[in-house]
Ligand binder design. Structure first.
Ligand SMILES: [Zn+2]
Length: 473
């Protein structure tokens, strides 16, 4: 007996191929930021958006939702969240799609410069990790911010357009809409952030005071003379080696892809097919970040990365393959809409995998570091993990509070607001007289908006899973 297709069945069968095409176009544009790929992405995103904007279809979802139960209800709820944000004028939708694509192209094409020499993000980070030359560090830090100047007006305009879209469907602003349609409660989110602030403020301040003492000794200045470029990355979102454990020497000359593959082999998770269709190394005109994409929820999962030596990219490869293996693990007999999960959960799994790169067991079992050495640094590794969580939590507080301000009032003095938050949560003062859209240099604000809190929840999920499966740690 064949059953009558439900509303969810019907919409899903049309939605899946549209999403697949958009995913491929998105993948292509991130790999090669050129006009043809940009045009194609805008075209396909518009087709998807037109599909989701269709009022009759949305009405059918809403009507069916009322009486639905179980998995059918779940699919309709997911469809509701996809459709609701698109019930806005076509003109507004197309302006958002075009501006998002062109901003992403700017990020992929832009490279900072030090003394007229183009430098990519990996080189900037290497200077900030290794160089003792303060002028060079300053130049590298400045180079990391120049993309902000290029995109700031567009990001502000995107915030206005996204807000207009949110207003059109009855939300306060785009922050509120995003949180609601990703199944989070805004009040609860802000309460969690406040709690994270209270829990970390003091331990972070005392850890950072110690770090600053070490950095001041390294650079031959006093703690009060430290500037943002004395930390080890452009946004102080990572732990400088002075505040943790330097794992880079152990990874020197190592094949990070092979180590990642071996790590997952050890867990019994297959990554060869994913790695084979991935785009893993840096080149011009390519997105400088990393992500995993499930193209079709049917096995075509890929990773984009820019692997270069060191623990940062080791952690990132394990993280992205964490996403990939999780995506591949969905039961293929589930309807397409359900072969996915909440972002907080997949981020949690990815973070759990990324963390392995700083674990004693991994260093010994996968990297082959001598057991005595691992035992010797085990306590330092645990302290480094705690420092990482402190640093990252403070950084999420900057990002999420900033994005809330951005959408609350895109016309406000965002340059000042950014540094006010950096100073408050990260205890880093702006360089004297700094007036620059440094906030716009962080790609997530433009291209993965109102997402950053997901990483904090992901850290919480990862810690809870770890505590459950290894309760002795
Ligand atoms: Zn992730």
């Amino acid at each position: 007996m064949t059953s009558v297709p439900s509303v969810a069945d019907r919409i899903e069968s049309e939605l899946a191929p549209l999403r697949r095409s958009v995913s491929l176009a998105w993948w292509n544009l991130n790999g090669a930021a050129n006009e043809e790929n940009e045009r194609r992405r805008v075209e396909l995103e518009t087709a998807l958006s037109d599909f989701l904007a269709d009022g009759d279809r949305f009405e059918a979802v809403e009507a069916a939702r009322g009486g639905a139960e179980g998995l059918e209800r779940r699919r309709l709820d997911l469809l509701h969240d996809l459709f609701v944000a698109e019930q806005i004028p076509a003109e507004l939708r197309s302006r958002i799609i075009e501006l998002e694509a062109s901003t992403e192209v700017h990020f992929s094409q832009h490279r900072g410069a030090i003394d007229d020499r183009r430098v990519d993000d990996n080189e900037i980070k290497q200077i900030l990790r290794e160089s003792d030359d303060v002028e060079e560090r300053r130049a590298a830090w400045e180079a990391a911010k120049t993309v902000g100047v290029v995109v700031a007006d567009d990001v502000r305009e995107l915030a206005r357009l996204r807000n207009a879209a949110a207003h059109a469907v009855g939300y306060r602003d785009w922050f509120a809409l995003s949180v609601a349609t990703s199944e989070l409660d805004e009040e609860r989110l802000m309460a969690t952030l406040d709690e994270a602030d209270r829990a970390t403020a003091e331990p972070f301040a005392s850890w950072k005071a110690e770090l600053d003492t070490r950095l001041a000794a390294r650079f031959g200045c006093s703690s009060s003379d430290l500037a943002p470029w004395h930390y080890a990355d452009p946004f102080f979102q990572e732990v400088p080696v002075e505040g943790g454990v330097d794992l880079d020497p152990w990874l020197e000359g190592a094949d990070l892809i092979e180590l990642a593959r071996r790590t997952f082999d050890g867990i019994g998770l297959e990554t060869r097919a994913v790695l084979a269709r991935s785009d893993l190394f840096p080149r011009d005109g390519k997105c400088q970040h990393a992500f995993c994409i499930d193209v079709d929820r049917g096995g075509d999962v890929r990773v984009l990365a820019n692997v270069s030596p060191g623990v940062y990219w080791m952690d990132t490869m394990l993280h992205e393959l964490g996403h990939a293996t999780f995506d591949l693990g969905f039961d293929g007999s589930l309807p397409w809409l359900l072969r996915d999960c909440h972002l907080v959960l997949t981020e949690g799994i990815a973070i759990l995998m990324g963390r392995l790169a700083g674990e004693a067991e991994w260093l010994e079992g996968v990297l082959g570091v001598d057991r005595d050495e691992v035992v010797r640094i085990a306590a330092d590794l645990r302290a480094a993990r705690a420092a990482e969580l402190l640093v990252f939590t403070r950084w999420v507080l900057v990002m999420t509070n900033f994005e809330r301000s951005l959408y609350a009032d895109p016309e406000s003095d965002l340059d000042a607001r950014w540094w006010e938050l950096v100073e408050r949560y990260q205890l880093v003062a702006p360089p004297a007289g700094r007036s620059n859209p440094d906030w716009a240099a962080k790609i997530h604000i433009a291209c993965a908006p109102v997402y950053y809190h997901t990483y904090l929840y992901g850290q919480i999920v990862a810690s809870q899973i770890a505590a459950t499966i290894c309760p002795y740690k």
